[in-house]
Write a protein that binds this ligand. Structure first.
Ligand code: PLP
Length: 370
C-alpha cells in the first residue's frame, strides 16, 4: 500500500531501534547462548511470587482483566501514600508516555527535553503533530534544567525530565529539580520519567511521589520492567494530581493492562526480598564493572540505574559487533550521537565476568588508547 495514504505525522516517524533480540543474535552468530546486556532488564528474572501469581492468572484468561487495574492501583496507593484515583496503569511505560502526550499535545505544541534520552518522547510528540524541542544535556550528561526553563515559550505544553536519564544514568539534584517544578509557568505540565527511579540510592532523595504530594504539576512515570523484572509482561503506570491524571484516564484504552501482567505486578510488589536482592547485586556488580572498565582505559561514572554509560574511546558499533560474535549483546550509542559510548546493562556476576573477559580479549587484539 502506498505510503501516501499514511497520516502525515506517521511518515515523520523513524522505526524504533531496539537492543538486538537474543533470538536474532543467536541465529546470526550461530550461538546456542546469548547474554543480552542491551535493554536494561533484570537478569535475576521476575520474583517467584510474581511467577506464581501469573501462573494462577493464566487459568482465568477467558475473563477480561480488571478494567482500570483497581487492585494494582490500590496496592500502589498503599505503597506510595497517593490515592488509587491518582494512577493510570497501562501496557508498559512506553504506553504511558504515549497516553501523556496524546492527552496534552495539540498540533504545534512544543515538548521540551534534553538529549541524549529515551527515544519515545520524540516519536510520540511527532505522532501527535507536536514539536520536539531537544536541548543538549550538561557536560556531565545531566538534564539541563536551566536550559529547559529558558526554552519554554507560549507554545510549550510539556517539559520532560528523564530521571535517572537513559542512556546516561545521571540524576539531577533534588533541590534543583524542586525549584525547577516551582518555576514552571501555569500552561506547562512536567513529566518525570522514573523508569529507573527505584535504583537511586542517594539518601533521602525525593522522587515524583513527594513532588505530587507537595501539589507540584508533575506526572510521574514508573514501570515494572526494570527493578521488578517484568519487561516481557508490560506494566507501567503514571501518577499525578487528580487534575493532571484525568485526561490520561480518558485516553487509555480499556483493559490496557492484561490479566496476567496485572497479577505479576501484584505478586512482584509482595516480594521485598527479591527487590532488595536485585538492588544489592546491581550495586555490587556496578562497582566491579566500573573498576574493570577503568582498567581497560574506558571512562565511566557511577550510574543511578541498572546500566552504565561507558566511553570506550573507540567505535562502539564495531566493539558491539565483536561482542555479539562472542554471544554478548550491548548497546552502542551512535544513534544518540555518541559513537564512542556504549550503554551496558549490569548483568549477573557470571554474565559480567564473561563480558569483561571478552572485552579484555578484544582489547589485547586491538589496543585502542588515544
Ligand atoms: C527512560 C525509560 N522510560 C520508559 C521506558 C519504557 O519502559 P517499559 O518497558 O515499561 O515500556 C524505558 C525502557 O527502557 C526507559 O528507559
Amino acid at each position: 500500500m502506498s505510503e501516501n495514504l499514511w497520516r502525515n505525522n506517521v511518515r515523520k516517524l523513524d522505526p524504533y531501534i531496539p537492543g538486538q533480540a537474543a533470538e536474532e543474535a543467536k541465529q546470526q552468530e550461530k550461538l546456542t547462548e546469548v547474554v543480552r546486556l542491551a535493554t536494561n532488564e533484570n537478569q535475576l528474572g521476575p520474583s517467584p511470587k510474581a511467577i506464581e501469581a501469573m501462573t494462577k492468572a493464566l487459568q482465568e484468561v477467558h475473563f477480561y482483566p480488571d478494567l482500570t487495574s483497581l487492585e494494582l492501583r490500590t496496592k500502589l496507593g498503599e505503597l506510595h501514600g497517593i490515592d488509587p484515583e491518582n494512577y493510570v496503569v497501562a501496557n508498559g511505560a512506553d504506553n504511558i508516555i504515549n497516553l501523556v502526550i496524546a492527552s496534552y499535545i495539540n498540533p504545534g505544541d512544543e515538548v521540551v527535553y534534553c538529549t541524549p534520552t529515551f527515544s519515545e518522547y520524540h516519536k510520540n510528540t511527532l505522532l501527535m503533530g507536536g514539536v520536539p524541542v531537544e536541548l543538549p544535556t550538561t557536560k556531565d550528561h545531566k538534564f539541563d534544567l536551566e536550559a529547559i526553563l529558558g526554552a519554554i515559550t507560549e507554545k510549550t505544553k510539556i517539559v520532560i525530565v528523564c530521571n535517572p536519564n537513559n542512556p546516561t544514568g545521571t540524576i539531577v539534584g533534588e533541590e534543583e529539580l524542586r525549584a525547577f517544578f516551582k518555576r514552571l509557568p501555569k500552561h506547562v505540565v512536567a513529566v518525570l520519567d522514573e523508569a529507573y527511579g527505584e535504583f537511586i540510592s542517594v539518601e533521602n532523595y525525593a522522587t515524583g511521589v513527594e513532588y505530587i504530594k507537595e501539589g507540584l504539576p508533575v506526572i510521574t512515570i514508573r514501570t515494572f520492567s526494570k527493578l521488578y523484572g517484568l519487561a516481557g509482561m508490560r506494566v507501567g503506570y503514571a501518577m499525578a494530581t487528580e487534575e493532571l491524571i484525568q485526561p490520561l484516564q480518558r485516553v487509555r484504552e480499556p483493559f490496557a493492562c492484561n490479566r496476567v501482567a496485572h497479577a505479576g505486578a501484584l505478586g512482584a510488589l509482595e516480594d521485598t526480598e527479591h527487590k532488595n536482592k536485585t538492588l544489592t547485586e546491581n550495586k555490587r556488580e556496578m562497582k566491579k564493572l566500573i573498576k574493570e572498565f577503568r582498567a581497560l582505559g574506558y571512562e565511566v561514572e557511577e550510574s543511578h540505574t541498572n546500566f552504565l554509560f561507558v566511553d570506550m574511546k573507540q567505535d562502539t558499533s564495531k566493539i558491539a559487533g565483536e561482542l555479539a560474535a562472542k554471544g554478548l549483546i550491548t548497546r552502542p550509542c551512535a544513534a544518540w550521537g555518541y559513537p564512542t559510548y556504549a550503554r551496558i546493562s549490569i548483568g549477573t556476576a557470571e554474565q559480567n565476568d564473561k563480558l569483561v573477559k571478552a572485552l579484555q580479549e578484544i582489547s589485547a587484539k586491538t589496543p585502542h588508547h588515544i
